[in-house]
Design a protein around this ligand. Structure first.
Ligand SMILES: [Zn+2]
Length: 410
């Protein structure tokens, strides 16, 4: 009841378009209190190869793979070496490889990371599409080993990875599927440093002119697949043939950038792009081609069609579910995030969204939405180990609650 009353007040008090923004042709630079040097740095290239040790073969020769060394320690134990693209870097060691044995056998794989802690619970697959968690009895972690996996190998290829592998080709295929809807346009905003396409989805019904706009981002950080899964569920709700979603698509223009870092994704990077930079620190001067092209594309598109950007959500993954929000008062949709999080809580019994507000500090996308457009910005973080069905439920619910608030708004 409290939520409904508050929502009504908010809808009545909504201050639509009372914050005139001057849009430039290029994204404007912004001096953040805690600047980050995002000029291109050298990365260490992963040597692509297939190792053959006796009957066992293991390979990193596929998109999304990361395996930097494979050697035998004793009769039944093999060392898996994983190193990052460059340093310093967050401790998020991504790994992904295929392994098989001409003679069926059970082996131990000892993971060794350079200056990082094991983070991702292993996922296994027989085809690279359907994944399951490795049985917990098959992994050992203690003071002497970072991760020791007990695997049964056969002549059939076994995929082992930090998270479900979702390559740039798979993201493009998914975009093409979504674009079968008449309310979705699928395009490319530019190319990454190594020439991979940066996809964009535009969701809207009828003309996009003079509508308010919402921005959605994902995969700035390659291993953060669970955030991408939440985005997928979020878009499923936006594209549903329901009266709510239809009204929402009629009223708003949604620009989606689901794969901000295609090089990092396909090269199996821990965090950075091919320029060795954390893209989610590059929203001040746009030194990297991925952030620069997306930022300029958005600025030009909304200028051309007279759109006011009111909200940006950037989907990520971290240790546990959290919403990183901006402490600054949002001038266009004041109170939105509080009602939104209350709505999500009310719709998922037993779940309390964890919010961590902060002031503008580093050049991250969440703050860019505010500094560039005066828009509300939220980093939508999903836990690495959040059950996949719950990710789908959260992504879906977050979209429904957002649409209810924004469709009702004056
Ligand atoms: Zn992230």
């Amino acid at each position: 009841m409290l939520i409904r009353v508050s929502l009504t007040l908010w809808v009545l008090c909504g201050t639509l378009a009372t914050f005139p923004m001057i849009y430039a042709q290029q994204a404007l630079p912004y001096d953040y209190p805690r600047p980050v040097d995002t000029r291109t740095k050298q990365i260490q290239k992963q040597e692509k190869k297939t190792w053959a040790l006796g009957a066992i073969q293991v390979t990193n020769q596929f998109d999304g793979a990361r395996l930097n060394g494979f050697s035998q320690k004793n009769d039944s134990t093999y060392i898996v070496q994983i190193v990052p693209e460059n340093k310093p870097i967050n401790s998020s060691p991504w790994y992904a490889f295929k392994i098989w044995s001409a003679i069926p056998q059970t082996v131990w794989l000892e993971f060794q990371y350079k200056e990082a802690k094991h983070r991702y619970f292993p996922k296994v697959s027989m085809d690279g599409h359907f994944w399951e968690l490795l049985d917990s009895s098959r992994i050992i972690q203690n003071d002497t080993v970072q991760a020791l996996l007990h695997l049964t190998l056969t002549p059939d290829t076994l995929w082992v990875a930090a998270q479900e592998i979702v390559t740039s080709a798979q993201v493009h295929a998914w975009c093409r599927q979504l674009a079968l809807s008449p309310d979705v346009k699928y395009g490319v905003v530019g190319k990454s440093m190594l020439g991979r396409e940066i996809p964009m989805l535009e969701i809207s019904q009828d003309s996009v002119a003079d509508k308010e706009a919402i921005l959605l981002l994902s995969r700035q950080h390659p291993p953060e697949v669970t955030g991408f899964m939440a985005l997928q569920a979020f878009l499923d709700a936006l594209l549903a043939p329901t009266p709510l979603a239809t009204a929402f698509r009629k009223k708003y223009r949604i620009l989606v950038f689901p794969l901000m870092n295609p090089d990092g994704v396909d090269l199996g990077h821990w965090r950075h792009n091919a320029g060795g930079v954390d893209l989610n620190r590059d929203w001040a001067y746009y030194n990297q081609p991925e952030t620069r092209q997306v930022a300029n594309f958005v600025v030009q598109a909304v200028k051309k069609d007279h759109n006011q950007v009111i909200l940006g959500l950037d989907f990520h993954s971290t240790w546990q579910d959290v919403y990183y929000t901006c402490q600054e008062v949002n001038p266009q949709i004041p109170g939105f995030k509080d009602y939104w999080l209350q709505g999500i809580a009310a719709s998922i019994p037993g779940y309390t969204p964890r919010e961590e507000p902060s002031e503008i500090a580093q050049p991250v996308s969440k703050s860019w939405f505010l500094t560039q457009f005066g828009a509300e910005g939220v980093t939508f973080e999903i836990g690495d180990d959040t059950p996949r069905d719950f990710i789908a439920k959260k992504g879906h619910t977050a979209a429904i609650e957002m649409m209810q608030l924004l469709v009702l708004r004056r």
